[in-house]
Write a protein that binds this ligand. Structure first.
Ligand code: A3P
Length: 317
């Protein structure tokens, strides 16, 4: 262990003792660090990130709030960027999960993974708010995806109950709802995390492509063209004629990905922190499933909070 890492460990210990804390969704506590609720391990990763991570100018980051379409975007970004490398009849994603094509920045632990073997551009994903990232990363390109908070809540509630330790009772929807409305959830408050990227995307539109789950559902082909152009490799006329865009959309569709053996069996490793059942990343993949769970009163309350928090920002859900 070097001196810097010792400092990090000490700082982490001190933070855990002094930061405001609240009971979490699947960890005993979340800690409020610079305005965001993080579990102890993720907090430590953030300190490590600031000390050790050296971005390359060509790196591409996918940022999202949890359960907003990260898995889908990983597949879309990977297949759009690497469309010359693989054929659609024998594609890398047929036997590698979308998650395996990205490094999850938030869980890389010391000694920070040697990323030198990866393809260029290197692909990273994160759930950290933009303001929690080292400033040196802001010269890189980011794709951000957000989603209707009511669908995020329901998706997260299902997911957290899957990863919650078995010795804890299940988290009820009422509890999850209260926590979400308080802004207490991993990487939350939801609205602060979304707004951190929204504001940055207004300031640096050529660096941050801000997407919504719902717009991708409605017009996936438009989004693929947007992604390709954003990465500086627009879809050519010849590619359009060959139907490349349609192929990418089909490959990355919920129906296709969720039925691949590689996404059905086994576990996804996120650093040394957690192993998560792969099938847990594919549940329904629809817009508006919240209607099957939230009462009218709950809907009104969330909508009220969201209206207030996003008022004047120019972002509407
Ligand atoms: P639901 O729980 O509402 O079904 P993340 O990838 O950020 O963890 O988000 C998971 C959510 O995205 C889940 O939502 C999951 O079903 C959905 N999802 C996963 N793959 C998808 C795809 N290819 N197309 C659309 N939605 C997808």
């Amino acid at each position: 262990e070097d001196a810097e890492y010792k400092n990090i460990s000490e700082k982490h210990r001190h933070l855990i003792e002094t930061l405001p804390k609240h009971n979490g969704w699947w960890t005993p506590y979340l800690y409020n660090y610079n305005g965001f609720w993080l579990s102890p391990n993720i907090l430590k990763s953030n300190l490590i990130l600031h000390s050790y991570f050296k971005p390359h100018p060509t790196d591409i980051f996918l940022a999202s709030f949890m359960k907003s379409g990260t898995t889908w975007l990983k597949a879309l970004i990977f297949s759009t960027l690497n469309r010359h490398r693989y054929s659609f009849s024998n594609h890398h994603l047929h036997n590698h999960s979308p998650h395996s094509t990205f490094f999850m920045l938030d869980v890389e632990s010391y000694p920070i993974t040697d990323f030198t073997n990866s393809l260029t551009p290197r692909l990273f994903s994160t759930h950290f708010a933009h303001t929690l990232l080292p400033p040196c990363m802001s010269s890189c390109k980011f794709v951000y995806v957000c989603r209707d908070p009511k669908d995020v809540l329901i998706s997260m509630w299902h997911f957290m109950n899957k990863i919650r330790p078995k010795d804890l009772p299940p988290l009820s929807l009422d509890e999850a709802f209260e926590l979400f409305c308080l802004g207490v959830s991993d990487y939350g408050p939801f609205w602060e995390q979304v707004l951190s990227y929204w504001r940055a995307s207004l300031e640096y539109p050529d660096k941050i492509l801000f997407l919504k789950y719902e717009e991708i559902k409605k017009e996936p082909e438009v989004v693929v063209r947007k992604l390709a152009a954003f990465f500086g490799k627009p879809i050519s006329e010849e590619e359009e004629e060959k139907g490349e865009v349609k192929e990418i959309v089909k490959l990355c569709s919920f129906e296709n990905l969720s039925n691949l053996e590689v996404n059905k069996e086994g576990f996804e490793k996120f650093g040394t922190l957690v192993d998560i059942e792969k099938r847990g990343f594919f549940r329904k993949g629809v817009i508006g499933d919240w209607k099957n769970y939230l009462s009218e009163e709950m809907k009104e309350r969330i909508d009220g909070i969201i209206d207030e928090k996003f008022k004047g920002s120019g972002l509407v859900f």
